[in-house]
Design a protein around this ligand. Structure first.
Ligand SMILES: [Zn+2]
Ligand SMILES: [Zn+2]
Length: 443
């Protein structure tokens, strides 16, 4: 047990043994990301607890980041295989040679090749507007902690798969590619921290917390810098490296003022749509889609740095204040949603499509109501009452469809959720009754 946990902690640092991570078939490749979800949960909760104790952490931002991670993984399940289908097709029909799947040299080549592919996909995600529309989600937090790593776009994989196709052309077997694509992603979790300042000589080779802090900055010196995944050498080689200097101000150059996941995920596409129609000329319209997010008629591909607000720390983040009872309620509701997601993620293959859809719609609705409550929008609180009532029909449907899953520990999980949502319904009933009484009296 301890050895298994330790092995999974190693995944987060790319500390893996080639012999244990070589596979002949795609179906044999483990879901490493799903396996480490409980470790993510424990480490993020610990960091948040320390942050709460020391001060300087905003749980509304952290909940929003975690929710974007949940939505990202849910979409990955729904669109299963879309992002790897092109890789498989190119490998099967267009590959120049076949690299041996069980060779350590192939394994190492895959590690470096995936990282180089990631560098270019990440760079394109900042320098091509339509790709930035998805990637900006990851940069929309004004904080920088482990939860920020989880803030991902639901569309990220659907728009970036083409950057790995050269590896399929050279005959890198799909299972080895899938292994390294996952480890490359997992490595990038721990670098989202402000607790590690410098790693000495490793800063020359590895992507580190310091380098990635710069990447998340909106100070002018940070813009379009440090695209690395695992190795910082690509930025040094291709001229996009910047060391950490002045204190970094995190987030988008024009920060969002919402915790609503629909707006966080889609706001840039709405902006692009408006800009597309208001920009004159067909070539200019194409440029709106394919040039950098800072581009405008008469400007270079990536725009001009003078258009970026010249910010310096400290800056006041978006932080609506809720009454304490409301904060406690929203945090408990968020914890229950995260618990439901982690508990169901590991048994997903046992659910039917309809059951998975019911769970995902409920979780998706939950992220919206919690986001609206964090935004202090009164509509969010009414939506929340509806969501609590909806829990019971969704639960009966899920349990009735897959009764074999709900025994032992899982049954206790269901009891806990029932108790929570039943208490919520009572709470909202009393709350509504009281507000009606107060209104009647004051009227
Ligand atoms: Zn980025
Ligand atoms: Zn990041």
């Amino acid at each position: 047990m301890a050895a298994a946990v330790l092995e999974r902690v190693g995944y987060l640092f790319y500390v893996v043994h080639p012999e244990r991570t070589k596979f002949r078939e795609v179906a044999e490749v483990p879901e490493y990301v799903r396996e480490v979800l409980p470790i993510f949960a424990v480490v993020v909760i610990l960091e948040q607890a320390v942050g709460l104790f020391k001060g300087g952490i905003r749980i509304n931002d952290s909940i929003t980041s975690i929710f974007q991670g949940v939505l990202h993984l849910m979409f990955k399940v729904v669109l299963r295989g879309v992002d790897t289908a092109a890789y498989l097709w190119v490998y099967q029909h267009l590959r120049w040679t076949t690299l041996p799947w069980d060779s350590t040299a192939t394994w190492l080549l895959a590690m470096i090749g995936c990282d180089l592919g990631y560098y270019w996909l990440h760079r394109a995600s900042h320098e091509v507007n339509v790709l930035w529309g998805a990637h900006q989600v990851h940069h929309s937090s004004e904080e920088y902690n482990l939860s920020t790593a989880l803030r991902q776009s639901v569309l990220q994989h659907q728009v970036t798969w083409m950057f790995y196709l050269p590896l399929a052309f050279i005959g890198l077997p799909p299972p080895i590619f899938l292994v390294h694509a996952q480890f490359n992603t997992l490595y990038q979790f721990w670098i989202h921290t402000q607790h590690v300042r410098s790693l000495g000589p490793l800063e020359y080779i590895l992507n580190t917390p310091s380098h990635h802090r710069v990447h998340h900055g909106r100070n002018r010196y940070c813009i379009d810098k440090n695209y690395a995944g695992t190795l910082i050498i690509w930025d040094r080689l291709f001229g996009t490296f910047a060391p950490e200097e002045e204190e970094v101000v995190y987030g988008l150059t024009h920060p969002l003022t919402t915790f609503n996941p629909l707006q966080i995920q889609l706001c840039h596409y709405k902006y692009m749509w408006d800009t597309f129609w208001s920009t004159p000329g067909f070539t200019h319209k194409l440029s709106v889609i394919f040039k950098g997010p800072g581009w405008g008629p008469g400007k270079p591909w990536r725009g001009v740095i003078e258009d970026i607000p010249d910010v310096h720390a400290p800056q006041e983040p978006y932080n609506p204040q809720l009454p304490t009872w409301c904060n406690v309620y929203v945090y408990c509701a968020a914890m229950m949603v995260i618990f439901t997601f982690i508990a169901t993620a590991n048994v997903l293959p046992h659910f039917t499509a309809m059951t998975t859809a019911a769970i995902f719609v409920f979780i998706g609705l939950s992220t919206i109501t919690v986001g609206e409550m964090l935004d202090k929008n009164p509509l969010g609180f009414y939506l929340e009452m509806v969501r609590c009532l909806l829990y019971f029909p969704v639960e009966s449907f899920v349990v009735a469809s897959t009764p074999q899953l709900f025994a032992g520990l899982a049954l206790y999980g269901i009891y806990a959720l029932r108790a929570f949502y039943a208490s919520c319904i009572c709470f909202w009933a009393i709350y509504l009754a009281r507000s009606v009484t107060i209104k009647t009296k004051s009227a």
